[in-house]
Design a binder for this molecule. Sequence first.
Ligand SMILES: Cc1ncc(COP(=O)(O)O)c(C=O)c1O
Length: 491
Amino acid sequence: MERLKKALIYDRAVHPERTNATPERIFEVLENVLGEKARAHKEHLQAQLPSLRSPINESQAQFVADYLDKALLEREALQQIIEQLELSEISTAEAVELHHRYKIPVSHPEEDIVPVKGDGCWIMDTKGTWYLDTDSNYSATNLGMANEEIARGLYNQASTLISMKEDRIQIARTRFLKEIHTMMPKGLTQFYWQNSGGEAVDKALKIAKAYTGTTKVIAFKNSFHGRTHGAVAVTWNEKYRRPFGLHNLDWVFFAEFNNIDSVRNLVEKSGAKIIILEMVQGEEAGNRPATQEFVDALWALAKEKELVIIDDEVQAGFGRTAVKKGDWFACMSYNVVPDIMVIGKSFGGGYPVTAVVTKKEISAAMQYGYDGSTFGGNPMAMTAALIATRQMRERDVTGNVVERARQMMEGFKRLENKYEIVSDPHGRGLMVALSLGSPENVAKVQKNLRQLGVKASLSTGPYLRFLPPTVISEGEVNFLLDKLDQAIASL
Ligand SMILES: Cc1ncc(COP(=O)(O)O)c(C=O)c1O
């Protein structure tokens, strides 16, 4: 039973990322696979190995492997036990406990599942249960939850050159620069790579300030731009800003979204030259798109008043909000080009990489010494980005989004007709939401969905939001809609 022993013991040559299994995990896996029958095996092992250590040592692993090999006549069960141990040597309870003990509690932890493996749009947890993912890690894993080709590229890159500071020229970045231009809106040719969306928003604000020689910024009510100091300063929800003294800034003004008069008034009153917006407001507005009329009026106002528009596409970009094939960014679907665009989340295929992209004339305002980044555009991130964006084009992500979005919206409308509590289905591309009447209903439906094999954790007030992987298939959308129907029916 060499494979079972290997799943119990840390093998540095093959899996340097692991440790030996803990007894808690061994017993959990037995229970996952054998249910009630696990108890007898657990009692036997505890009796035979009274000083079972956590994690176990090599001779204990040998004992456990020999015992299970003889005791478990169903080879399929043994196979499942091995696979689950290979995925995690640590139990669910230990993972949750260590999270609470050591993590700074900045966000509400989702404790219902602890994911260990992905396959396309599906995630498996420590219990061996599969769920259809409908969040894409806030639109970061749009190509799915695991990616063999990116894994191979990252292995090759890490084996040759794992990191290189931002101000040194390197080939992984050159390779990506040769390919990425075809996906960009016309005229946005200058890149500055970062590691998170918030960081890229901060840098976009710096570039806009340097270019205009001004500091005032107009953002929008219900906006969300991230958690770094600059990004949170232009984020609407006061709860995110007040604890840090960022709620009464003399350089940030919030206009009504989809209301050009409100923007014009604020521009005239404040003299601001910089505007930042999400073309589809996500986190805080429940996936609410700008109207075409508003976008056209905003771009006309910008022209008239010489404003710089920063378009935050950290969530909306890379096909997520496509309305027609080839709409790699929301701005393309609205037929406008921003002055500065912030891109992020999904173009590393799950690996962290973001960027500010702008026009040559604006980028020239940044001088040597104005900024810098140790990890920005590092070889690992550039390699992941090269492979992920190539896959997006090869897999026709925008074409798929257009089709699946139509399917989702038709399904939502059927639910609206069927159930009293369902209303206001809306969105753009695969950035969609529907109202279930109250946050309580949303929480209940999310719980029901989980029991039906669908993980849907995103919400804004009474809205249940969905950001499924942009590669989701027709069959998977049907599965999601069917389970959503059942989850609402059993409210
Ligand atoms: C529109 C938008 N901008 C910026 C961010 C911040 O990105 P990150 O969490 O990578 O800092 C987010 C995150 O959800 C976002 O939705």
